[in-house]
Write a protein of this length. Structure first.
Length: 356
């Protein structure tokens, strides 16, 4: 493998990127860059890497093959474009950017430069979700009917107070939806297909921030199915994410990225709920529900391994720029609906199947 990675960003998620990268054989983190030189220096020391405060100097560092971008969301496209111009492959933290037009510019820049563009939407690599995706793609579950997702998480006031960018429109692009809910939006699109129309409401109930800490939305999917999403960082003490998906052949429930229940008219061989392990009843809720710290790097590691594997081939990363763009497009439509009170059509060019 023998690839050299650079880490752009010195915060919590960049520490996760570093831990994940250092677990991969043949991968070396050679440089780290961030605006806080003390955080950046400490992060770099942990990897024996060079550290930079200046972006241009960092991007000129060699050897370096891939840049892992964990900076504030509103800087993702701008910094990714600069990396692509230097012939560096780009792996960016979710969301790809907070603005669809800027995301498109990043996608185009990477295509022109001939470099790979991947996005950390690592829920897609969870084994149970991969299994579910394969079943859905086979068509055996029939037609989709009703999809609902609940992301009722909690972040304490200091989560926002101690950050210069979280909870701001300019750099976070939104609140609970854009930052925390984007993973679930991506899963709904990946598993259930495009959304045709959306209606939403958002409030700032608990935190002193510019953007929402609770939002609800209702969807009509291009398939004709309908669905709902509720997402928050204001639901103390924080609850595990739950997704319920109903097709004509039955209903599947997902919790903590595991298939919790499968209730089908006709069972599918080998497709069932994840078996309970000894001590499951003592498990705490999904750690993401109460903390921004990622304790399990398995998903991030798989995304890094994947982009390294596709370098030099004609294959796309597991979640490439065009896929990651879809969730930002839908999130911004939800925000537009929340601002205007109107139903927003996404105009994806799909034909809606009537159920009348």
């Amino acid at each position: 493998m023998d690839k050299h990675l650079g880490i752009l960003g010195g915060g919590n998620i960049s520490r996760t990127h570093l831990r994940a990268a250092m677990e991969i054989d043949g991968v070396t983190v050679t440089a780290v860059c961030g605006p806080n030189i003390e955080k950046t220096r400490l992060l770099a020391l942990g990897a024996g890497a060079a550290f930079y405060e200046d972006l241009d100097e960092f991007l000129d560092h060699r050897p370096m093959d891939v840049v892992l971008i964990g900076s504030p969301s509103g800087l993702h496209a701008e910094q990714g474009i600069e990396a692509a111009k230097r012939g560096l492959h780009v792996l960016v933290e979710k969301p790809i950017d907070i603005d669809v037009d800027r995301a498109d510019q990043l996608i185009e820049a990477c295509e022109i430069a001939g470099v790979k563009l991947g996005v950390f939407l690592q829920d897609r690599v969870a084994p149970d979700l991969q299994k579910l995706k394969n079943v859905l793609d086979s068509g055996v579950l029939g037609s989709p009917i009703l999809m609902s997702a609940s992301v009722r998480w909690y972040r304490p006031p200091e989560y926002y107070q101690n950050s210069r960018w979280r909870g701001t429109r300019a750099l976070d692009g939104g609140g609970a939806l854009m930052n925390q809910g984007i993973h679930t939006v991506d899963l709904l699109l990946w598993l259930c297909g495009d959304v045709f129309t959306v209606w939403s409401r958002a409030i700032t109930a608990l935190h002193h921030i510019e953007v929402e800490d609770a939002l609800v939305a209702s969807f009509q999917f291009a398939s004709g199915a309908i669905g709902t999403l509720e997402v928050a960082t204001s639901c103390f003490p924080g609850f595990s994410r739950r997704i319920d998906l109903t097709w004509s052949q039955g209903t599947i429930t997902i919790e903590d990225d595991k298939i919790k229940s499968v209730d089908l008219r006709e069972p599918i061989a080998g497709f069932c709920a994840a078996p309970r392990q000894l001590g499951d009843e003592l498990e705490t809720p999904d750690q993401r529900a109460t903390s921004p710290v990622v304790s399990n790097t398995q998903g991030h590691r798989a995304i890094i391994e994947n982009i390294i594997q596709v370098i030099g081939s004609d294959r796309l990363p597991l979640c490439d720029g065009r896929e990651a763009r879809r969730s930002v497009h839908l999130v911004n439509a939800m925000y537009r609906s929340a601002r205007t009170g109107a139903v927003v059509e996404l105009n994806e060019g799909r034909v809606l199947r009537s159920r009348v």
